[in-house]
Design a protein around this ligand. Structure first.
Ligand SMILES: [Fe+2]
Length: 299
């Protein structure tokens, strides 16, 4: 019976991350599934190298592009939407799943449904995860997507970009699923997932309206909540009936039960983040023998 693992935000442009991913064992995961919730690399060569390697190490690999994949450098694609479709074609060529599929048999069967997504930055958008933050300065924001993502003329707002990907997901909502379901997206789906502290997460779930300025904030001009995600993804995963939703993007590992859905994030992230945690990272076991792991903390 296959096991299901996840690891996202591989960022293999960093040699330590590339070395780690290529050094994953060749035999240990041969019968298993790996869910990669985006941000492997913006380089098509690195994407091909990693996805090819993972398909040799795991029985099945499933992937959604993150924001880094949609960076367009030196005319590497006509625009970010064209690059997205080139990546989906690459996945098809390498037998990486980007559509719903089931694994396991009988009462040990489970579905996995990838959800494409983008974040909604507009503070007036009802589906944004934006929370006003003291000190945010849009003119001086270091957010690289603002410089390296290029959108076609007709998809020129974050709301339209997000809607473009939500529209692709709609075909999966009314499909019949005959077993429990795991969905995954790159971006966050709820404000309360942004916060590591449970009390604070509860406050923002209950409508707290601003993020204060903390003296230890290294980048006060940047407001992550503006680029965190989109509440419509949460609507879609609940329409589909997900029991577990896996996501990436923030590089903050979470494991929470919110209104009956288990949210899990396990990121390889950057070397400096791993050394701050003082931990080595392994692919996270999500499902084994009909059981979802690890048990979540309830919000
Ligand atoms: Fe990301």
């Amino acid at each position: 019976m296959p096991r299901i693992f996840t690891l996202s935000d591989l960022h293999v442009d960093f040699p330590a991350n590339m070395d780690y991913m290529l050094s994953l064992p060749d035999i240990k995961y041969k019968s298993d599934v790996l869910i990669v919730a985006g941000d492997i690399s913006d380089s098509m060569d690195h994407l091909r190298t990693i996805l090819s390697s993972l398909t040799r190490k795991f029985h099945t690999v499933t992937f959604v592009p993150g924001n880094h994949e949609l960076w367009v450098r030196r005319k590497s694609a006509a625009d970010s939407i064209a690059k997205f479709h080139t990546i989906i074609d690459l996945c098809e060529e390498l037998n990486v799943q980007t559509r719903p599929f089931a694994v396991g048999e009988a009462d040990r069967r489970v579905w996995i449904t990838p959800l494409f997504s983008w974040y909604r930055t507009d503070e007036t958008d009802p589906d944004t995860l934006f929370i006003p933050k003291a000190g945010e300065d849009l003119e001086n924001s270091p957010w690289t997507d603002n410089y390296l993502c290029r959108w076609p003329a007709q998809i020129n707002t974050s709301r339209r970009v997000a809607d473009y990907f939500l529209q692709i997901n709609r075909q999966h909502i009314y499909q019949s699923y005959d077993a429990p379901l795991i969905t995954f997206s790159h971006f966050l789906t709820r404000r309360e997932l942004i916060f590591g502290n449970l009390d604070m997460a509860r406050q923002y779930a209950n409508g707290r309206e601003t993020i204060p300025r903390y003296p230890q904030d290294p980048v006060p001009e940047f407001n992550f909540s503006r680029v965190a995600g989109c509440a419509q993804i949460d609507h879609q995963l609940r329409q589909i009936g997900a029991k577990v939703h896996i996501y990436g993007h923030q590089h903050r590992n979470r494991n929470r039960l919110i209104d009956g859905v288990h949210y899990l994030s396990k990121c390889l992230g950057y070397n400096r983040e791993r050394s701050m945690l003082g931990k080595t990272v392994q692919p996270q076991l999500v499902w084994h023998d009909g059981i979802f792991l690890p048990p979540a903390e309830e919000l």
